[in-house]
Design a protein around this ligand. Sequence first.
Ligand code: 5GP
Ligand code: MN
Length: 343
Amino acid sequence: MKSQSRYQDQIIRLISEHKTFCIVGHVRPDGDCIGSQMGLALALRDQGKEVAVWNEDKVPQKLAFLDPEGWVSQPRGKRRFDCVIATDCASYERLGKVGGYILDRAVLVNIDHHESNTRYGDVNWVSGCESSTGELIFKLLQTAKWPVTTRIANCLFTAVSTDTGSFQYPTTLPSTYQTGGELVRLGADLAKICDEVYQSSSLSRVRLLRHVYNHFKLTHNNQVAYLWLRKADFTRTGAEPSDTEGIIDHIRAIDSVVVACVFEEIEPELTRISLRSKHPGVNVSTVAAEFGGGGHSAAAGVRIAGSQLSIQRRLIAAIRTALDRVNGRSSEPKSGSGSNLKP
Ligand code: 5GP
Ligand code: MN
């Protein structure tokens, strides 16, 4: 296996050899995706490159401050690029519709931190050791000795901060704090980022939260919390799909809960599922993979076609099996029995 620095050198060489770039990210982009895309796009523009930034979905409102000129766009027709760089995207399918617009390219580079990454690029720098793709982009810029401007620092700090749950998830290493500290030293505006990303909610999101607290369900001795978000819930609350970012954390936080699961109706026969695990022995990426999805051990997702009831039954059954495996049991825990699953 090539060392990280060899991948970086190869990518830096590719970038210096080419002129036109498209930086692409996954459907329903999060802070790590937008922060990494914008951080890299800004750095490449500073190097005199022509850069487009394409996503299937628009930038969530709370991340719009990273892209004041509206650089991130949906593809407007097919175009030729010398080099397409995908950031934070575990599989080609996760690019969504964008995947169909970037076929005319000399080279596809895949930069990501998901273990489950399918290595779909011509060059695949996949490192599961980092908490976020933002950290990989920061390393790349440092190795290339390209300036990390205040704006780039804002983008990359947002990437690292959002993917670590504000430096709280177990993926946060001493080196993650060092990266965060370095980005603050380079000018990342903590007050602005925290205000935009964590301290302001649209009224519609708060209405959606009310729905969450009113409708979440518990099962498996309160170790599994789940919730449905249906189209009607979005219409009633005025929330947009991007308002669901982080919603799962509210049911994950229940102290008895080991696995949290949010089912979101995309179409009547297509459901997006988000999963979180609080136990190191319960790997929700493996659960998601059973249905064709992926992610990380503690945070994963998948989209499944079919009837909602059947999807819910199959998913909850898979979660129970994963929980029981850790508990060394194969049956439902007796109600009221203490769980030995709490990490
Ligand atoms: P979220 O629940 O925040 O949407 O996603 C959690 C994690 O699971 C992220 O790391 C994300 O990349 C991954 N993930 C979410 N949905 C999918 C999916 O449909 N396929 C794959 N492979 N990964 C997903
Ligand atoms: Mn990420």
